[in-house]
Design a protein around this ligand. Sequence first.
Ligand SMILES: Cc1cc2nc3c(=O)[nH]c(=O)nc-3n(C[C@H](O)[C@H](O)[C@H](O)COP(=O)(O)OP(=O)(O)OC[C@H]3O[C@@H](n4cnc5c(N)ncnc54)[C@H](O)[C@@H]3O)c2cc1C
Length: 326
Amino acid sequence: MSKTYVVVAEVRDSKLRQVTLEALNSVALAQEDDDLLAVILMGHQLAAITEQLSQYVAGQIHVIDHIDLGTYNSETYFAAIKDVLDSLNPHVVFLGHTASGRDLAPMIAAYLNAGQLSDVIAIEKADAEVLYTRPLYAGKAFEQKKFIESPQVVTIRPNNIAAATANPSNPQAEVITTDYAPPASLRSIVKDVIRKTSGKVDLTEAKIVVSGGRGVKSSDGFKPLQELAEVLNGAVGASRGACDAGYCDYALQIGQTGKVVTPEIYIACGISGAIQHLAGMSQSRIIIAINKDPEAPIFKLADYGIVGDLFVVVPLLTEEFKKALA
Ligand SMILES: Cc1cc2nc3c(=O)[nH]c(=O)nc-3n(C[C@H](O)[C@H](O)[C@H](O)COP(=O)(O)OP(=O)(O)OC[C@H]3O[C@@H](n4cnc5c(N)ncnc54)[C@H](O)[C@@H]3O)c2cc1C
């Protein structure tokens, strides 16, 4: 019997987040040919994103477009999604393992009486079973799990599963518009979102992250790192040491108590490599460490190590990349 796979799309700053395309590919990895893919798209002024999604989706796109959904709020989003979930009777619901995905997924799981697997980094099929891999103990071990019952809720870690590719020859997606009825009362209202971003590229989705630690010595010390990140179209991150010292905002913190990133390239500048920091970046594909102490623990994990002063090395790298990318 065919099953329904649901992806809860995520929109940020009027753009579809990359992790939604990765969730669409997660469905492709798990589903059988005759299963239905249904995307639920919530937000405000969604016409362009609906159009974009239709290049990826051969099934249904459920659009719930309302001014109250312009900014994520767990109560409004949950109120909006409930009835659509009822009508779809999903086998699996996929969300990004992002701030809002992590918030909404357990609410959906509780509502559907579903099992939940969080922070999945790989999906594979073995015979008829779908196996989900997720990291444990801050990335020191991995477990592979399967569900024994349905419905299921899965959050996927950004930057780990390949993104779906657009297919203009897709059969036209069926776009279904659903009205939004605001709940009678809300316990919280989002008045404003103040984003302390590290630049144009979202830290958790960046392909390249240039991170600074206590070795940058001041907030000005982050400037060369920002320049390098800009040239590489990457994002700037930080260790807690740098955040605690007041050199940068905690929004940049990577690690056990900060953000988890898995970029293609992670450049650690003046970061010693404490276990709590590694918990947030050890799954990066290529790790480059710049540190003046050849005994710094970060070199044990790094694929490439540069022993030197970051204030000399980073500007040199920036210049070379500028030339190479010109
Ligand atoms: C419960 C708990 C949770 C934590 N969570 C996190 C977390 O989420 N993320 C996190 O990062 N930490 C976390 N920590 C803190 C962690 O243990 C470390 O203290 C922190 O990561 C150290 O930051 P750092 O590497 O920037 O600083 P340091 O350990 O002081 O290292 C600075 C490095 O810079 C190098 N350096 C100095 N000057 C230069 C220069 N000019 N050029 C090149 N290199 C230079 C030094 O050789 C040194 O290796 C946590 C700790 C606890 C107890």
